[in-house]
Design a protein around this ligand. Structure first.
Ligand code: AMP
Length: 208
């Protein structure tokens, strides 16, 4: 099962990716997570990408594509993966197409208005690393593992607006997957569980 999750920042791609990966035992590959862990470890890559991420801009392709290629060539991706946050531009979609045959590109769709509402309430767990939301916390802590939560630097209001303005998924990426016959769209306006039911019905079609 080789899946790409598309969608604006804050649409719940990461949450859906986590649920899919748990159910189907697949590796979750998030370019944003890879960049953030490099930043927190102070690696050369982290130093190069920090400025782009903090300003809500896209990291250039020459830094992004090779990371994804290397990751997908690892053994655990042989039987499938869920790619979250990549591709974000046509050049990335084309590069990806050269190295894997995707089964589905699923758009997790949400309006800008709802995204701003959700991102302003998003929290990240320091312990399990998962995204959560102020409405889901238990006693102010991660509802899954009880870890402390924090606000991602790029979830601050100004950066959220910049990300939405600078990172709208180009229609040409969507058209690319429509032409390949692997595009599907799911509204993320429902709860994460209901959204997953819709995503899962698409995944079950692949497995048939
Ligand atoms: P995300 O966690 O997917 O929202 O990504 C966080 C940030 O990492 C984005 O705002 C971009 O600055 C950068 N980023 C993640 N994935 C990509 C990508 N495929 N291409 C360029 N920049 C990316």
């Amino acid at each position: 099962m080789k899946i790409v999750l598309l969608g604006p920042p804050g649409s719940g791609k990461g949450t859906q990716a986590n649920i899919i990966c748990q159910k189907y035992n697949l590796p979750h590959i998030s370019t944003g997570d890879i960049f953030r862990s490099n930043i927190s470890q102070g690696t050369p890559l982290g130093k190069k990408v920090k400025e782009y991420i903090d300003s809500g801009s896209l990291v250039p392709d020459e830094l992004t594509i090779s990371i994804v290629e290397d990751r997908l060539r690892q053994d655990d991706c042989k039987d499938g993966f869920v790619l979250d946050g990549f591709p974000r531009v046509l050049s990335q979609a084309i590069a990806l197409d050269k190295i894997v045959n995707l089964d589905k590109a699923i758009m997790i769709d949400l309006s800008d208005e709802e995204i701003v509402r959700r991102l302003s309430g998003r929290r990240m767990c320091k312990k399990c690393g998962n995204p959560t939301h102020i409405d889901w916390l238990k006693n102010g802590k991660c509802e899954k593992c009880g870890g402390e939560v924090y606000v991602r630097d790029d979830d601050k209001e100004e950066t959220v607006k910049a990300r939405l303005a600078k990172q709208k998924l180009p229609q040409e990426v969507i058209d690319f997957y429509i032409k390949k016959g692997i595009y599907a769209k799911v509204s993320a306006l429902d709860t994460k569980e209901k959204t997953f039911e819709k995503v899962d019905s698409i995944l079950r079609e692949i497995k048939k």
